[in-house]
Design a protein around this ligand. Structure first.
Ligand SMILES: [Zn+2]
Ligand SMILES: [Zn+2]
Ligand SMILES: [Zn+2]
Length: 306
């Protein structure tokens, strides 16, 4: 996100920091078709009644402020413009004022690094999946101890599910969010995504490395050049080029545990984390399963080349 668009976003929210303006947007959103082209504007009197504002001068003043930027005035009445819809979506997701609480709830999963118990924590709009027994994968300041993954989710999603289904759903969401980004497309804004391998040149393989703050030497970084949305993952997880790779433990003769619905994404992530990563001279990296055998080669731009 450029400084300019950050300023615009902050400006827009302070502009909207008024309950009456937000209820006008919400009422218009409820009035609309849920999807597809919209035709039906809302008459001034209907809008004012639905909002429930008795003071017509005050209502007219605030509605007037919204027109042009968030609301369109048509001969038949008022309807939302896309920035108005986006604002309502942010409010519904609880991004702006929502809050959900989840403190170290155990989930039905094992740490792929040490086999220890795993729990989830919700903080700063991230669902963190953490190991209770080891250092986990990430040791950055904002990560709780033992962090294996941190996935952005709105509070409303967290409130709707119990810890284990929430944890599974979050990893499915994470995997599917990554796919278009690895392909170079940002679904949030339509922008171009820069994807690259992030290699730690002096990696300490004994737990969390003091240089890169991770316990894995090569990660994939995808960042949208337009809106700045960025994610970090294992270079094979969420990578469409790795779809053909069979990442199940039973492949190497371990007993097949029944896979619960929606558990596949987490299992895949956990498997890849046990693979070794060996950088080569040409900038590519070879990933190999613990039992050896067929390796996978990833190019610096995240393409799976072999
Ligand atoms: Zn662990
Ligand atoms: Zn490192
Ligand atoms: Zn974007």
């Amino acid at each position: 996100m450029t400084d300019r668009s950050t300023e615009r976003a902050v400006d827009a929210f302070s502009f909207l920091g008024d309950d009456l303006r937000l209820s006008i947007l919400r009422v218009l959103a409820e009035h609309e078709e849920r999807a597809g082209p919209r035709t039906d504007p809302m008459a001034y009197s209907d809008l004012r009644r639905a909002v429930g504002e008795r003071d017509s001068g005050k209502f007219g003043y605030h509605l007037g402020k919204l027109v042009g930027r968030f609301v369109e005035k048509t001969p038949g009445g008022y309807r939302l413009l896309e920035p108005g819809r986006e604002t309502v979506r942010l409010l519904e997701r609880g991004i702006v004022d929502g809050d959900a609480d989840l403190e170290a709830e155990p989930v039905d999963a094992r740490c792929p690094r040490c086999g220890g118990d795993v729990h989830v924590i919700y903080a700063d709009h991230h669902l963190f999946t953490c190991c209770s027994a080891c250092e986990g994968l990430f040791g950055a300041d904002e990560c709780p101890s033992g962090t294996l993954t941190g996935i952005v989710l709105p509070p409303t999603a967290v409130e709707q599910l119990d810890p284990t289904p929430l944890f599974r759903r979050a990893h499915r969401v994470f995997e599917r969010r990554l796919r278009p980004m690895v392909d170079g497309i940002c679904l949030e804004c339509g922008g171009v995504v820069d994807g690259r391998l992030r290699q730690c040149l002096d990696h300490d393989r004994d737990g969390i490395c003091p240089d890169c703050h991770a316990a894995y030497p090569v990660l994939a970084e995808v960042v949208c050049e337009t809106c700045g949305r960025g994610r970090v993952t294992h270079p094979l997880f969420g990578n469409p080029g790795a779809d053909g790779i069979d990442a199940r433990p039973e492949r190497r003769g371990e007993p097949a545990e029944p896979t619960a619905a929606g558990e596949a994404a987490w299992r895949r992530f956990g498997e890849f984390i046990t693979w070794s990563a060996s950088p080569r001279e040409d900038g590519t990296v070879v990933f190999e399963p613990p039992e050896g055998g067929s390796g996978v080669v990833v190019a610096p731009d995240l393409r799976v080349v072999e």
